[in-house]
Write a protein that binds this ligand. Structure first.
Ligand SMILES: Cc1cc2nc3c(=O)[nH]c(=O)nc-3n(C[C@H](O)[C@H](O)[C@H](O)COP(=O)(O)OP(=O)(O)OC[C@H]3O[C@@H](n4cnc5c(N)ncnc54)[C@H](O)[C@@H]3O)c2cc1C
Length: 423
């Protein structure tokens, strides 16, 4: 497919480096390129191969409920004691995690619920249309599917516990339907009849393959004249002439502006730039079963076990769990294999002879909000990281915000909740 390079002869055109080629970096790079800037995207991995490669693929329009909520503390002990539970902490990591955890718990107060949900919804609301447009531009529209999203529950207790979140979604203009057992079976015959209750959210979407989506968008960026460099940024040197030098593994690179979008790895560079932020990682796992024998037609969330089953072109993906163990600890694939047992309970006919397993690092700040905006210390540095469980979903809107800031265009949303100096 021939693609016209986007011209960057405009006098306002800048040479901009985007650090990190995940969902956030790729979307920032495309938006900046659309404005006529000369953009280089830098990552030691191939585009999309970080956390953005193995997620559950959900374009999570309705996932704006903060991670930490008033009732959460009561659930945590049970989750931690259950080896099949959705949450694990490596105890050796606890001393390092403790300050983050305290902030996370404190952020769950009632007064924060609505403002945080509002700020997250700005990033999630238009995701299906935005990705449909991008995939179309990239020549692979079939990667985006429009569908409903269903949360299923075996126990009435868990269904009732989630009611507050669905009331809030309704209040925030998300349609939610409640289904009983027969309606669940009619909507998704592959599901176990043990599911008695469900919330169905129409007007949602997902990608058939997150890694393929990232790759096709990165190729679109390159076809339009963008540069991808496979190396890592070791340091950032601010110069007195207003430019910035990136110290790469093999070279130095001078640029006018920088977007830091290195996902869970952004903390060190942000601190070097004078903006320390409490970024940690919620590690998650997936199992992908290429020939599952049973497949839903839409993404299914287990409201009891807290994992997602998404029908993908690469097979059935079971994804979820939160593990706090830091950036560098080796994966514990037992947590991924727990997902097989959960999947067999969800889909009675599931064939699990063959599967692949994966671990990814969600970048998460304790108040559930990402850092998106201009650095408080340097006018030519922009931050775009910390998108927790919704970094695929929030990519296009984050890219738009960053491009507006670089162009000094007025944003139509309040950006203060995402500031780096809010902590
Ligand atoms: C199990 C699981 C399921 C999920 N499901 C969903 C879902 O259904 N929907 C959804 O919206 N989100 C989901 N997420 C969350 C989503 O995947 C993440 O929020 C998102 O991938 C974060 O994107 P990112 O671009 O910030 O980070 P990444 O994709 O990790 O990209 C950051 C990149 O920065 C690079 N980098 C790091 N350091 C440097 C450096 N010094 N120099 C240059 N480059 C560097 C890394 O190599 C990496 O490629 C899920 C996550 C997990 C783990």
């Amino acid at each position: 497919m021939s693609e016209k390079a986007i011209s960057n002869t405009d006098k306002n055109s800048r040479h901009i480096a985007v650090i990190g080629a995940g969902s956030i970096g790729i979307n920032c790079a495309l938006s900046l390129q659309r404005d006529g800037h000369r953009v280089v995207m830098i990552d030691p991995l191939e585009p999309g191969e970080g956390c953005s490669s193995g997620n559950a693929g959900l374009l999570a329009r309705s996932s704006f409920i903060p991670l930490s909520s008033p009732g959460l503390l009561f659930d945590v002990p049970g989750w931690l004691l259950d080896p099949m539970g959705p949450l694990a902490i490596r105890w050796s990591y606890l001393p390092k995690l403790a300050p983050w955890l305290i902030r996370y718990i404190l952020a769950g107060k009632k007064a924060n619920l609505q403002p945080t949900a509002d700020a997250l919804q700005h990033l999630t609301d238009a995701c299906v249309d935005l990705y449909a447009g991008l995939a179309e531009e990239a020549g692979e529209p079939e990667l985006i599917k429009r569908s409903s999203y269903i949360y299923v529950y075996e126990s009435k207790k868990s269904f009732d516990k989630d009611a507050g979140g669905f009331d809030l979604r309704r209040k925030m203009n998300i349609e939610v339907q409640e289904l009983g057992q027969a309606e669940i079976q009619a909507a998704e015959p592959a599901l176990s009849p043990a599911y008695q209750h469900a919330y169905l959210v129409p007007d949602h979407g997902f990608t058939l393959d997150p890694l393929a989506l990232m790759r096709t968008l990165a190729k679109l960026f390159e076809r339009r004249g963008g540069e991808v460099r496979q190396t890592s940024v070791q340091d950032i040197v601010m110069r007195s002439d207003g430019c910035t030098t990136l110290i790469l593994e093999d070279d130095d690179l001078e640029v006018d502006q920088v977007v830091l979008a290195a996902g869970a790895y952004s903390g060190k560079l942000a601190a070097k730039l004078g903006s320390p932020v409490p970024l940690d990682t919620e590690r998650g796992y997936h199992i992908t079963i290429p020939r599952p024998g049973a497949m839903p037609s839409m993404p299914v969330m287990s409201g009891d076990a807290k994992f997602l089953a998404t029908p993908m072109s690469v097979g059935l993906r079971l994804a979820g769990t939160v593990e706090f163990a830091g950036l560098d600890a080796a994966p514990n694939y037992k947590r991924a294999r727990n997902l097989i047992k959960h999947g067999q309970r969800m889909f009675p006919g599931l064939q699990t002879d063959e599967f692949s397993e994966w671990m990814g690092r969600r970048p998460t700040l304790p108040d559930s909000l990402p850092v998106v905006g201009r650095s408080p210390k340097h006018d030519n540095i922009f931050f775009a990281f910390g998108h927790q469980h919704i970094g695929l979903t929030a990519g296009p809107e984050t890219g738009r915000i960053i491009a507006d800031l670089v162009a000094d265009r007025r944003s139509n949303i309040d950006l203060t909740p995402y500031r780096a100096d809010r902590f």
